[in-house]
Design a protein around this ligand. Structure first.
Ligand code: 4AD
Ligand code: MG
Length: 466
């Protein structure tokens, strides 16, 4: 097989007949009769397989027998026009090398059960399926597009710490990080003595890079973070992970309207990027799992997101209840909306994405800007069909006095926050930002319905394999 460079199947499928080629990959299926075998080969570069045509007489019988689903092979041969219907070209095999056989009886990825539930039980191998190949490629494209979007706008990619002492969201669902011996924890006056811990203080995995992001934005103007985020929420839902990725742009001199505009543009940009660059994979997912996917994505591009105040949202929901609509959870002014409420607004009432703003201050984090009514804050959530919230953000409280008052009111540990308060003490500016949950975005773009299926190695309560 010397002398030839490996071609990726993605490129070969548009290749010219007559070319001598070398392909390497994993066998998806093998079929045919005694003389003529057809191997569907895939190398992960595309959802599409290339067909390898094998004249069995020209090869060792044991070799042909060993080439079954899951086996890895290299094939040298000629690219020829396909007489079959599906593809334009196929490879007429001249030389085949078997890298690794694959026992069909033991291979966990079998045609007979490819349900997503089953695949979660063999998650170490599921990446080899068409479905996860498509998802991994889309995930990659979205990560790339996110960097491109912000880079083209001149934002600075800021790396915020993964280990931190601040509970940015104040929800208290942090994973503690310690090197202390848990069977013999050092104490001082009957309390855990964190001065003996690795960092000399209590630390955890970050729930958000926002507060550090604000340090960046109030220095270089416009930043974004893109990193892993950890939340020990015990929510075993199809939309929650204990480890997820989040993109958090933070912009000096942006008010809530600028913030909403940027977030809407961002979500649309990513949807358009997927439609333009991940066509085959989206078509595959559309046909296999959700036949309204592509239509829904195209619709999102062509509609303006609704802007709706929380108070108006509650009125719509209360009216729906009065008219006989049943929700599992109660809803009235002051409650946090559940996914069913969000989806009612988006899917049933408006039929398009909604940006919900001006929430009661008691259900939102301490850093949000207080409105003149003294009751609501300038938060904003983007809600989309099938999922509910994919973005959460706000204009930040820029006033030193109001921020300090809120910290006191919530009885927060101020000592840990002096560095943050300094942004308001020295050259404070109006500023805003938001967080896009990367896996929530992927749920939306791929049409998958469980968040465990859009991240290669999911972490959820009682589950941290690999
Ligand atoms: O609404 P959240 O909690 O907002 C923040 O963390 C802010 N600091 C963002 C900011 O203003 N810079 O989370 C933001 C988004 C949510 O809208 C959701 O998409 C996602 O992060 N998210 C989760 N995704 C998966 N699993 C979880 N457990 C998630 N929790 C939040
Ligand atoms: Mg939120």
């Amino acid at each position: 097989m010397e002398g030839l460079k490996r071609s990726k199947i993605k490129d070969l499928l548009n290749g010219k007949a007559g070319e001598e080629v070398l392909v390497k990959g994993w066998v998806r299926t093998k079929r045919g009769n005694k003389q003529l075998k057809f191997i569907a080969l895939n190398d992960g570069s595309t959802i599409n397989n290339i067909q390898i045509v094998v004249n069995a007489e020209q090869f060792d019988k044991d070799l042909i027998t060993a080439i079954g689903t899951g086996a890895s092979i290299a094939v040298k041969g000629k690219l020829v026009s396909s007489t079959g219907s599906e593809q334009l070209v196929e490879v007429q095999a001249e030389d085949i090398e078997l890298y690794g056989a694959c026992d069909p009886m033991r291979y966990p990825i079998q045609k007979k059960d490819t349900s997503l539930e089953y695949l979660r039980t063999v998650a170490h191998m599921r990446l080899r399926t068409n479905t996860f190949g498509a998802i991994l490629r889309i995930r990659h494209s979205m990560a790339f597009a996110i960097h491109k979007f912000f880079n083209d706008k001149g934002f600075v990619y800021l790396h915020t710490p993964i280990i931190t002492e601040s509970d940015a969201e104040g929800a208290g669902d942090m994973f503690q990080v310690t090197t202390m011996d848990l069977s013999n924890v050092p104490t001082h006056k009957n309390k855990i003595d964190y001065s003996k811990d690795f960092f000399g203080k209590k630390t955890s995995l970050t729930v958000s890079g926002q507060l550090e992001g604000e340090l960046g934005a109030t220095a270089v103007g416009e930043i974004y973070t893109f990193g892993p985020t950890f939340r020990a929420e015990n929510s075993n839902t199809p939309r929650h992970l204990a480890e997820f990725w989040m993109i958090e742009p933070e912009m000096a001199f942006y008010d809530i309207n600028d913030n909403m505009q940027l977030s809407e543009e961002f979500v649309k940009y990513l949807v358009k990027y997927a439609l333009d660059n991940c066509k085959d994979d989206l078509q595959f997912l559309n046909d296999k799992y959700d036949n309204s996917l592509i239509e829904r994505l195209e619709q999102v591009l062509n509609t303006e997101f609704v802007r709706l105040s929380y108070t108006e949202g509650i009125e719509i929901l209360e009216k729906a209840i009065a008219e006989g609509h049943k929700f599992e959870y109660p809803v009235h002014w002051g409650t946090d909306l559940q996914s069913e409420h969000e989806r009612y607004l988006v899917e049933t009432h408006f039929g398009k994405p909604v940006i919900l703003i001006d929430f009661p201050k008691d259900i939102k984090a301490f850093y949000m800007k207080l409105n003149d009514d003294g009751k609501t804050v300038r938060g904003m959530d983007i809600l989309v069909p099938k999922i509910g919230e994919i973005v959460g953000g706000s204009e930040r409280e820029a006033s030193l006095e109001k921020l300090e008052a809120r910290i006191t009111e919530l009885n927060m540990n101020r000592k840990n926050l002096e560095w943050y308060i300094d942004t308001r003490r020295f050259g404070s500016v109006p500023h805003s930002g938001f967080g896009l949950g990367f896996e929530r975005l992927l749920l939306f773009v791929t049409g998958m319905s469980n968040i465990r299926d859009v991240i290669p190695f999911p972490r959820t309560p009682k589950n941290a394999e690999f």
